[in-house]
Design a protein around this ligand. Sequence first.
Ligand SMILES: *Cc1c(COP(=O)(O)O)cnc(C)c1O
Length: 238
Amino acid sequence: MTADDNNNSYISENIKLIKERVKTAAQKSGRNAEDITIIAVSKTVELERIKTALKEGLVNLGENRVQELLEKYDALENQCQWHLIGHLQTNKVKYIIDKVRMIHSVDSIELAEEIQKRAQKANRTIDLLVQINVSGEETKFGISPADAKEFIRKLSTFDHINVKGLMTIAPYTENPEDTREVFRELRKIFIDINAENIDNINMEFLSMGMSNDFEVAIEEGANMVRIGTSIFGKRHNI
Ligand SMILES: *Cc1c(COP(=O)(O)O)cnc(C)c1O
């Protein structure tokens, strides 16, 4: 079924299938379905359809635009946890600092400094992931693998920030097998950094895998997958 059907049962169906696929992939890597957090990427998706996902137990929602997140936040406030997964402009940190469970896309010291400053003002500590540009594509944001350790060492001195792990966006490929190397590489960096035992740094989450490649990502160690299209159907631009 498609997003154009006038009821949302296709979303429930999609979610059941995805949960099955997540479980199978988790088992392949010696883990359980419960070890994997599915983030329902709700960008461009209206409230009605998002509520269907919430009903199916997907309470972690991912948005990549601040304005859209804020609008939905007001409507859904206590029913879910918000993840900012897209590139975040420094001047927008103040709008989301008290609203998000986690920022997945920290990609510069300036951004980290602003998050630290705003979190301090809001009297909270915020969990974040460092975005790594594993593939080195110029169009992608993220810290290069070679700079990751040094970057995280710097962040470890910020007392209102908890670095909880790493995130990457793999290049789109027809065959998800082609992205396996990217996920493997990110996991290596994750393990490396953990082994450094840096003060205040606990590498807990590996956010990688989207609709096209989440199974491969889980097989390679992901414990957060960000899935949009496979849940809600094809996006219509708004
Ligand atoms: C849109 C988006 C996703 C989800 O993409 P799908 O292919 O629709 O699953 C995941 N991560 C980020 C950062 C995104 O912007």
